[in-house]
Design a protein around this ligand. Structure first.
Ligand code: TEU
Ligand code: CA
Length: 577
């Protein structure tokens, strides 16, 4: 029972502030807009609201480039608005989680402005500066590391004639966590927001903060490029866990929530070191194995198909590993960096979109872990439409990719078209289009012109219509969240086992309460990932005791429908619990 925790039993609703709700008509979502929609989030059944960064920022990377951790981006509101939001969230018995971005700052942050001003400045060592390497009489960066947004991870600064490291955009210099003043400053930021009503943090690329101080060249994985992923030398680096323990001690004082974003790590044992119940570091972490299934090996926008066996083995691996080792999973299929799940992992064709959204809700909601729902996912919003022009994209990752492609292959029209098709699947902008509230102008998101175009399907796909319709994706999600609470011992805490693992169409699994749990119910979850009918043979145990249907995306499925042959016939995209 000591392993029971409130944050394991909660579900999180993720709000992307710029695209959620605009209260003043400037086309950009804001904090007052979020306050006006808290009842909507509450009625879905979420317990925690996580906001993407709302702090002062030049917005080169949508707020992941912070220039003042104590100030609020004026277009989102003020510190008073945050106080009001925290109070409004708490009065509804929910919690507020903020985004902590401390692997890097904005290049406009005063720390970096000081740091770059001279080699002797007191802030010089707050960032990672290295001398150029001279080869054939020319200056080169200290190593071959690639930035996630393209090009070298190092930028040369004329003023002091050295390079600084930025794993993301050049406007996002990496902090030097080897300098004890950096963690000390981060601890102060954490306390400041916890003291002002935040209940915890999502920690951006937190497993990148400690770098191998030798800064060696990375192995060559992409022979076409001079720049290579240096992940071996900074993903879960040498001093990560010391830093996380120091942060964990503060979080513990406040009983705060924490989820770390952990990129470029595929071994659950590595993540367990941060999330193990006795480690004193963070509650849970996002891994990328599922959402990277359709990424190319070096270029995310390279074409790659995923398959069901791969998904099964990833889910099975993480479910069992965390259960057996007293770690904890963070469950997600969508966020502000991902294409919409119906479009990527099921089907967004009009006849299958709703079924798909409910199928994926069942898939995610019946796993062990803390569940994250990203705004619009509860409506089954799809990716941007097929005719979205390049002009509509805003995301730095997509635009830099396009620039690089055009400069390397200016004439290759077929490559350009392939890239555009891949953007429609995986560009981060797919999830950043405005939230669709109703069928009025701009989907009720804003009376002004939205900073990014609204999806054209909002007249029929919107929150108002779904809240009115008990058969909607929205109410299905709500029921899923409720069932997790009703069958906590099984669905949230129970063990996981694949059923019929080799099946190419159906993803089936059993959840069983752990020994000693007060719950008795076992659950069989059957998911037909195909847009056509599939016959599925029930396992022998389920035939002798077929149980009852507690949830299905086919309203007629009130009985298991077991045929004498021991099989059931599953409709396209059908899900049954
Ligand atoms: O994301 C980490 C990250 O590397 C992703 O941007 C990744 O590139 C993308 O998901 C898929 O290729 C975090 C934030 O979530 C993201 O929004 C920021 O841009 C990034 O860190 C830098 O702070
Ligand atoms: Ca606004």
């Amino acid at each position: 029972t000591s392993l029971r925790k409130w944050w394991k039993e909660s579900s999180v609703y993720q709000v992307y502030p710029a695209s959620f709700c605009d209260s003043n008509g400037d086309g950009i979502g804001d904090i007052q807009g979020i306050i006006s929609k808290l009842d909507y989030i509450k009625s879905l059944g979420s317990d925690i609201v996580w906001l993407n960064p709302i702090f002062s920022s030049p917005q080169v990377d949508m707020g992941y480039d912070i220039s003042d951790y104590y100030g609020i981006h004026p277009q989102y509101g003020t510190v008073e608005d945050v106080n009001e939001l925290a109070a409004a969230v708490h009065s509804r018995h929910m919690k507020l989680v903020l985004d902590l971005v401390v692997n890097h700052t904005s290049d406009q942050h005063p720390w970096f402005q000081e740091s770059r001003s001279s080699v002797t400045n007191a802030y010089r060592d707050w960032y990672i500066w290295r001398k150029p390497v001279f080869r054939d009489g020319e200056k080169h960066p200290p190593n071959n590391w690639r930035s996630y947004f393209g090009g070298s991870a190092w930028t040369y600064d004329e003023r002091t004639e050295e390079y600084y490291l930025h794993l993301f955009a050049r406007e996002q210099p990496d902090l030097n966590w080897e300098n004890p003043q950096v963690p000390a400053a981060v601890h102060e930021i954490i306390r400041y927001w916890l003291d002002r009503g935040a209940d915890g943090f999502r920690m951006d690329v937190i497993n990148f903060i400690s770098k191998d101080q030798r800064f060696p060249d990375a192995p060559i994985a992409d022979p076409e490029s001079p720049w290579q992923s240096g992940k071996d030398f900074y993903a879960c680096g040498p001093r990560l866990h010391g830093h996380l323990r120091d942060i964990g001690r503060i979080l513990k004082e406040y009983d705060a929530f924490s989820v770390g974003e952990m990129l470029d790590v595929e071994n659950p044992a590595e993540i367990l070191k941060a999330v193990g119940h006795d480690r004193g570091e963070i509650n849970m972490a996002f891994h990328f194995e599922i959402v990277n299934m359709d990424h190319g090996p070096t270029d995310k926008f390279a074409n790659r198909k995923w398959d069901l066996q791969e998904l099964k083995s990833i889910v099975c691996k993480w479910q069992n590993f965390m259960h057996d080792n007293h770690g904890w999973n963070a469950l997600y299929l969508e966020n502000h960096d991902q294409g919409r799940s119906v479009s990527r992992f099921a089907s967004d064709r009009p006849e299958h979109r709703e079924l798909s959204a409910k199928l994926l809700a069942t898939f995610l909601g019946c796993q062990s872990g803390t569940l994250f729902v990203y705004q619009g996912q509860e409506l089954g919003m799809p990716n941007v439409p097929q005719d979205w022009p390049l002009d509509n994209y805003r995301d730095i990752e997509t635009l830099n990719h396009w620039k690089e492609l055009i400069s390397r292959h200016p004439e290759d029209i077929s490559m350009h078209e392939t890239a555009l098709a891949e953007y429609r699947l995986k560009s981060r902008d797919n999830s950043r289009t405005p939230m669709q509230w109703d069928d009025s102008l701009n989907a009720g998101f804003s009376v002004g012109e939205p900073w990014i175009p609204v999806h054209c399907d909002y007249a029929t796909l919107n929150a108002a219509a779904q809240v009115k319709d008990p058969g909607s994706v929205y109410w299905y999600w709500s029921e899923m969240l409720r069932l997790r609470k009703e069958y906590l011992g099984t669905l949230v805490y129970g063990s996981f086992a694949l059923v019929d693992p080799e099946n190419q169409d159906v993803f089936a699994f059993v959840r069983s309460p752990s020994p000693g749990s007060s719950s008795l119910e076992r659950a069989l979850i059957v998911l037909n990932f195909r847009p056509y009918e599939v016959t599925w043979a029930l396992p022998p145990k389920a035939i002798s005791n077929p149980g009852r249907v507690v949830l299905s995306n086919y309203p007629g499925r009130t009985e298991t429908g077991l045929e004498p042959s021991g099989s059931i016939s599953l409709g396209p995209m059908e899900a049954i619990v």
